[in-house]
Write a protein that binds this ligand. Structure first.
Ligand SMILES: [Fe+2]
Ligand SMILES: [Fe+2]
Length: 208
């Protein structure tokens, strides 16, 4: 248990420091950076959306790490750990794009991480099926959210669009694999609360 706590602390620090290597190439790599062609308002908007997406990935790391820590099933632990590795790609791609846009990640990232970690632990302590149900609902909400970003990102910001499109496909796959691993459907009030919490996070992270 002590080892696992140390690993969790190490993961938290790595995530917040933006350290690590992507296992898959950035989907925007072949697209020329058109950031210079963006107007000031467009750049601000794209930065806000990509900051929100980066915070989403900070939270994904925290959730998956907490869920890996709280399950007693070694197969499920591997499932959460490998999902977290895939989310690392998303984290680094959004981080790269923020840098290209001349924008910073959210200053509240430690707070987002801590909150998501607590929620992940809570879900994991109820049962594995609920923990997986939580993944399904989270990934579906993120997928819808990314879809909405695709229609509002500046039309010339092709690099951000490529990243968001790939993330949306990946999140849909994560939801499906959690469902197949035995997720329980969450009660409606839990889903509404999750949506309300996501709204607070996305509204705040757009600005800071
Ligand atoms: Fe993701
Ligand atoms: Fe995901």
């Amino acid at each position: 248990m002590f080892d696992q706590l140390l690993i969790a602390a190490d993961n938290a620090l790595r995530t917040l420091a933006g350290a690590g290597h992507a296992s898959k190439p950035n989907p925007a790599r072949a697209i020329p950076d058109g950031s210079d062609a963006l107007g000031e308002a467009e750049r601000r908007h794209a930065s806000g959306l990509m900051r929100v997406n980066h915070v989403g990935e900070i939270c994904a790391q925290a959730l998956y790490q907490a869920q890996a820590l709280s399950t007693r099933d070694p197969v499920l632990r591997k499932h959460f750990e490998s999902a977290a590795r895939e989310e690392t790609d998303h984290l680094l791609w959004t981080q790269d794009r923020l840098r290209e846009l001349g924008a910073s990640p959210s200053v509240l990232n430690p707070l987002w991480y801590a909150g998501a970690f607590g929620i992940g632990l809570l879900a994991g302590c109820v049962s594995d099926a609920v923990s997986l149900g939580f993944v399904v609902e989270t990934e579906r909400q993120v997928e819808r959210h990314l879809d909405s970003h695709l229609s509002t990102l500046p039309p010339t910001d092709l690099r951000s669009q490529a990243i968001v499109r790939q993330m949306k496909d990946d999140e849909a796959r994560h939801a499906l694999s959690a469902e197949q691993a035995g997720a329980a459907p969450l009660p409606a009030p839990v889903r509404w609360t999750m949506r309300a919490a996501a709204k607070v996070m996305t509204t705040t992270a757009y600005y800071v």
